[in-house]
Design a protein around this ligand. Structure first.
Ligand code: ZN
Length: 211
């Protein structure tokens, strides 16, 4: 068996060099650094070619039904001193959503590296009855997609949801759907300002009506 291993090769070269230095050996020594340098440059170039990112061009495509709500979202942000422009969003109806999903945001990743998309179920009319409920639904999804907020199931001292980011409840500041007793007792529209405050600032103090 003809076995070649590192140490023997080194010894062989070492012996050969010691006994009879020649031009071939010197040439090897002289040319190797440029070859290695060239290999490094080629490798680096190939790596850069592989890792080069395409420029991200966000799409803004909002269904006319929802444009006023996106405008209002920006306005509410501005009222609270937050300079916010929604420029990366696809917001459309999607008939393929199951009947249990009213809407969904695809990503709460940092803005402008991922195309944000909110799909709304056009068939599920139980999702909203009042304009406040549709607003709460879209604001909740914008909370995910634009504000990068997660779901929050905490409650206020009076038992109401602490946040619009609660799962599956678009009625937090809507009028009552079914009135039992006095209608004014279940008109929650006055709670809206708190929930919008909290959406943009999760540190918003507990409102008096919830204590
Ligand atoms: Zn959600």
């Amino acid at each position: 068996m003809h076995k070649i291993c590192g140490p023997n090769k080194l010894n062989s070269r070492s012996q050969h060099s010691a006994e009879s230095p020649n031009f071939t050996t010197m040439k090897d020594i002289e040319t190797r650094p440029p070859i290695i340098l060239l290999m490094i440059l080629v490798f680096t170039w190939m790596t850069l070619q592989c890792t080069k990112e395409e420029p991200f061009l966000p799409v803004l495509d909002i269904h006319p039904d929802f444009q006023p709500l996106v405008d209002l979202f920006e306005e509410e942000a501005s009222k609270r001193g937050i300079n916010l422009t929604v420029d990366n969003l696809i917001l459309q109806y999607d008939t393929s959503l199951t009947q249990f999903i009213c809407a969904e945001c695809n990503s709460s990743e940092s803005v402008n590296r991922v195309q944000k998309q909110i799909l709304v179920n056009p068939n599920n009319r139980i999702c909203w009855q009042y304009s406040q409920e549709l607003e709460a639904l879209i604001f909740h999804e914008l909370g995910h997609c634009i504000l990068r907020r997660s779901h929050l199931s905490d409650t206020l001292p009076n038992g109401d949801p602490k946040s619009l980011m609660i799962v599956g409840d678009v009625t937090v500041y809507a009028p009552c759907r079914y009135v039992f007793g006095q209608a004014e007792d279940c008109n929650n529209v006055f709670k809206r300002s708190y929930y919008i405050d909290e959406l943009f600032d999760s540190k918003t103090p507990i409102p008096d009506w919830a204590k």
